[in-house]
Ligand binder design. Structure first.
Ligand code: PGA
Length: 253
């Protein structure tokens, strides 16, 4: 019932030329994959070229961030209407690097989520605990709060497109992956919290992705876990064959 979603987060890597070259190599490797929804999230400057290159292909293009307002005096920002105007379909919201380096908070995540839903963008809302929070047994509290504030004031009837990415901060770019047991437990916590806030139907249909050092050799075991509905991949998504292998391995079961 939940279509797996596998997304590449390229962070601040790849020019437009490098982005379209990636697609040229990558697409033949995954074009027969009908199981998963595949999303590439490049930097803002690569979005137009990649949207054009992906036309007619079963690949969606997402932004890594956006402002919540449609326009305004906000130097350096990009609005949801600007993204949809060029054919962007998905958007990452509240990635831990945005929270850590650019002062994003659960409150701005909430504003951005409301805006993405209002503009028909598929939101991928990132949540996850820091290592010191896990060590102090605060993981459930942190996840419950992040999800609660993200969903505050949103009509459950509008939440069907919602995607959550569980990304434990200690696993991002560190080579340290959550075990399937740890990830599965966090995903169950998140789904239970969505159920409490938005009802069991929305909770059952919301896709919850795992992110944090996903590689070709751990994608299968992670994505086999009942509550894990796909992956958000950073470093290992920069290489076409590595990311294609992740797609294959994550969808073989
Ligand atoms: P990583 O990044 O796969 O390099 O750990 C994941 C992410 O930041 O989304």
């Amino acid at each position: 019932m939940r279509k797996p979603l596998i997304a590449a987060n390229w962070k601040m890597y790849k020019t437009p030329t490098e982005s379209t070259a990636f697609l040229t190599s990558f697409y033949p490797l995954v074009k027969n994959n009908t199981v998963a929804e595949l999303v590439l999230c490049p930097t803002m400057t690569s979005l137009p070229a990649l949207v054009d290159a992906a036309r007619g292909k079963t690949i969606f293009i997402g932004a890594q961030n956006m402002h919540w307002l449609p326009e305004g005096a906000y130097t350096g920002e990009t609005s949801p209407t600007m993204l949809t105007a060029i054919g962007v379909s998905h958007v990452l919201i509240g990635h831990s690097e945005r929270r850590q380096y650019f002062n994003e908070t659960d409150t701005t995540v909430n504003l951005k989520l409301k805006s993405a839903l209002a503009h028909d963008l598929i939101p991928i809302v990132c949540v996850g605990e820091h290592l010191n929070e896990r060590e102090r047994n605060l993981t459930a509290d942190v996840l419950n709060l992040q999800v609660a504030v993200a969903l505050e004031g949103i009509d459950p009837a509008t939440l069907a497109p919602l995607v959550i990415a569980y990304e434990p901060v200690w696993a991002i770019g560190t080579g340290r992956t959550a075990t399937p047991e740890i990830a599965g437990e966090a995903h169950r916590i998140i789904r239970a919290q969505i159920s409490k806030i938005a009802g069991s139907e929305i909770a059952a249909s919301t896709r919850i992705l795992y992110g944090g050092s996903v590689k070709p050799d751990n994608a299968a075991t992670l994505c086999q876990v009942e509550d894990i509905d796909g992956a958000l991949v950073g470093g290992a998504s920069l290489d076409p064959s590595s990311f294609a292998q992740i797609v294959t391995n994550a969808t073989i079961h």
